[in-house]
Design a protein around this ligand. Sequence first.
Ligand SMILES: Cc1cc2nc3c(=O)[nH]c(=O)nc-3n(C[C@H](O)[C@H](O)[C@H](O)COP(=O)(O)OP(=O)(O)OC[C@H]3O[C@@H](n4cnc5c(N)ncnc54)[C@H](O)[C@@H]3O)c2cc1C
Length: 507
Amino acid sequence: MGSGQHQVGKVVIVGGGTAGWMTAVALSRMLGGTGLSITLVESAAIGTVGVGEATLPQIRHFNRRLGLDEREMMARTAATIKLGIEFRDWGKVGDRYIHPFGKHGETLGQADFIHYWARANAAGNAAPVGEYSVPIMAAWQGRFEPPRDGDDRQPYDYAFQFDAGLYAAWLADLAQGDGVARREGRIVDVRQDGETGDVTAIVLESGKVIEGDLFVDCSGFRSLLIGDVFETPFEDWSHWLPCNRAFAVPCANGGDNGPYTRATAREAGWQWRIPLQHRIGNGLVYCDAFWDDETARSILMDNLESEAGSDPRPLRFRTGRRRSLWHSNCVAIGLSGGFLEPLESTSIDLIQSGILNLVDLFPTDRIQEADRREYNRLMDLEFARIRDFLVLHYVANQREGEFWRAMREMKLPDSLEAKIADFRSRAMLPDYSEGLFQAPSWISVFLGQNIVPEGWDPRAGDLSDEDLAVRLAKVRERVVQHAKAMPEHLAWIRKAGAGFQATSARR
Ligand SMILES: Cc1cc2nc3c(=O)[nH]c(=O)nc-3n(C[C@H](O)[C@H](O)[C@H](O)COP(=O)(O)OP(=O)(O)OC[C@H]3O[C@@H](n4cnc5c(N)ncnc54)[C@H](O)[C@@H]3O)c2cc1C
């Protein structure tokens, strides 16, 4: 017999961090009508990673599909709005740019805006590309309002920055309200079918046995099933993304809650700043080959803008992913399946993709090899695209120092080398039909890291130099006026009824 030879009626989710509870709510809401029984097992003694506070706009689409109320989520998780990520000192010390959630510019003719911009820029007639972006100009002014319906001239989107612990607690409330059973206890044993190798049950320290047909491994870095039980190979990407440690610490909120995340490059890593309604999340990601822990810890603490709310918490990780995220009757979602460092806030998004792909391929009867293969293919693609995008930030640097020199000199993935060459020669961009990091993201980081196009699409020659300069100036003026007319970010949150309301969670 192959694996998955019986119908899937019972799902067991192993772990109750962000991944576990997102999976629980999603499966209960999207597959609830199929009579599926869902049990989630977590251990308070083991706890969760508890970081992961910045998200991507895809979370809004996920919320909508699940019928989750955005403003209630903001109120329960002390969330702020995120219009993008500001990168400081990443190209050269003193450089500053925002990777926004939205397009630059407007349609000017046959070619995409970036080609007109590249042409004007080469002639010295263009402002920095960020000045043609509504979310960037709004972020820098600390302003926000949701995109206006029907205004697709300068489309943009937004995401959230929230307290990860409160988010998981809110989802736990919702999932249990939907009928998901929660079991508390440490998993000490895993039972497998002697013939197929499928997991048949997990055993808790108390002796309780929990049986299932499909197991979702959300056990975090411990990787209890996909790693420990199935030993699926881990593809290590630390030669491309060598940062492997972090310290995280909150500090008091000084009132500057700009609607964006900040990532500041440091001598052997980078520091994040994520403003929430009730505090600011900070952390330093670094590579232990270049800094010892004490150096990293003091750099973080010396660079806080206000008093620390606790001692800094150390975290260790290895960049890469499991080759098969769906193996036998086990699907790994979250950190158990892999981790790419948090520079572009991609982990929660990978959790969402894992969940949505699982729902799309959910066995109607028995688990099929074809479903597993397709799931693994889709997730591979997602991981590899994110990897290339992250590596770009590091490789295209002009900074001094051993760490940054090593990053500049690394051998790139072939796929990334081609993308850089295409952009430099003629402003050509990756054209993904779906998935993360579409053209506007690549534009921001290429230009932000000082990779400037030397050529462009010849169709961008359909305006005279004078017309182009006038049109660009008008676009820029419209962008500036649009951002200026928005309310101040925190004022918008209060008015929207999304101000933080601390409540006691059920679990
Ligand atoms: C430094 C850092 C910064 C990050 N920043 C971001 C960010 O800004 N944005 C973003 O999207 N993501 C970020 N992430 C990633 C994010 O934190 C995770 O993707 C997210 O929290 C999901 O974690 P998880 O649920 O997979 O694992 P965990 O939170 O570790 O949960 C694991 C669960 O498994 C349970 N468990 C484990 N072993 C057992 C056992 N034997 N018995 C019973 N239960 C068990 C635990 O109790 C827990 O409930 C960051 C990660 C790191 C390390």
